[in-house]
Design a protein around this ligand. Structure first.
Ligand code: PMP
Length: 305
């Protein structure tokens, strides 16, 4: 990742990709106290355009506020940095990674007066799990790792340290021949995937877990709005793993994963064992909206030029 041509926005300037480095005593590297975003830009008739840029920037600032981290840039500057990272690397479509982290001014949990740095990188990143997964769906397992409890870490923050739990769960799932993990909360109810929100459809009603231990996903909000606009009832409720086994359809949502059907959970086929009709309709609407083919909420799309 680090050895390539291009530019990365770091602390207000575009620097050469290979020179965008930090010291080994970078505080966030040691304790994981940092915040980040995952954003996508899609190819549209007006060139590359970022999907729901303002919402991602707002969530980055909320995450920082939750961690008591003061970002030294305005939201407008971080929006512009994301547009620049895509534009200046001549990307038609991109995954954009803004992150705020503490510098190397001190070490230890008590370190004070740490400088907050902000970086934004952008690169091409095609479908998260390949094109076939978008139609055939993925095989997932219930994780042996519990999702964060709301008072152990801050679930509303997209914080670096939170992702150790995600990586443990994902690695376990991959090692056991699955493509993703389904994490349960500390009471045993469905929370989310390692990097995605969860939805299921039963008897025409769409269900998703309440926002307790899962991230307030921007794709989740988008899909709920799209479903409601199409007259589908959407309910947020506690979901058990066996409710998922007998659902008609299930899918994950996320900026990286987009709308990804789930074929099976713990060896139980869900519905027809491939993308169901509601999932397909929402997936199509999602791709048409992010690429600005469908004018549904055209203001969600921000061209980089
Ligand atoms: N949950 C987790 C744990 C995630 O990392 C992500 C990806 N940011 C999501 C859900 C989906 O969020 P979004 O739709 O905003 O990408």
């Amino acid at each position: 990742m680090s050895d390539r041509d291009g530019l990365i926005w770091l602390d207000g300037e575009l620097v050469d990709w290979r020179e965008a480095k930090v010291h080994v005593l970078t505080h966030t590297l040691h304790y994981g106290m940092g915040v980040f975003e995952g954003v996508r830009a899609y190819e549209t008739a007006q060139g590359a355009a970022i999907f729901r840029l303002q919402e991602h920037t707002d969530r980055l600032f909320n995450s920082a506020h939750i961690l008591n981290m003061k970002l030294p840039f305005s939201k407008a500057e971080i929006n512009e940095a994301q547009r620049a990272a895509v534009r200046e690397n001549n990307l038609k479509s991109a995954y954009i990674r803004p992150m705020a982290f503490y510098g190397s001014e001190g070490m230890g949990l008590r370190a004070e007066n740490l400088k907050v740095h902000v970086m934004v990188a952008a690169w091409e990143w095609p479908a998260y799990m390949g094109e076939e997964a978008k139609t055939q769906g993925i095989k997932i397992r219930t994780s042996s790792f519990t999702r964060h409890h709301v008072n152990i870490t801050m679930c509303k923050a997209k914080a670096n340290g939170n992702y150790m739990n995600s990586m443990l769960a994902l690695r376990e799932a991959l090692d056991s021949g699955c493509e993703e993990a389904l994490l349960l909360d500390n009471e045993g109810y469905v929370a989310e995937g390692s990097g995605e929100n969860f939805f299921m459809v039963t008897n025409g009603v769409m269900y998703t877990p309440e926002l307790t231990s899962c991230l307030d996903g921007i794709t989740r909000r988008t899909i709920m709005e799209m479903a409601r606009a199409r007259g589908i009832e959407v309910r947020e409720k506690r979901i058990t793993r066996d409710e998922v086994y007998i659902a008609d359809e299930a899918f994950f949502t996320g900026t990286a994963a987009e709308v990804l059907p789930i074929r099976s959970l713990d060896g139980r086929i869900i519905g027809e064992g491939r993308r169901g009709p509601v999932t397909e309709m929402l997936q199509t609407m999602y791709f048409d909206t992010v690429t600005a083919k469908d004018p549904f909420n055209a203001e969600w799309v921000t061209p980089v030029k």
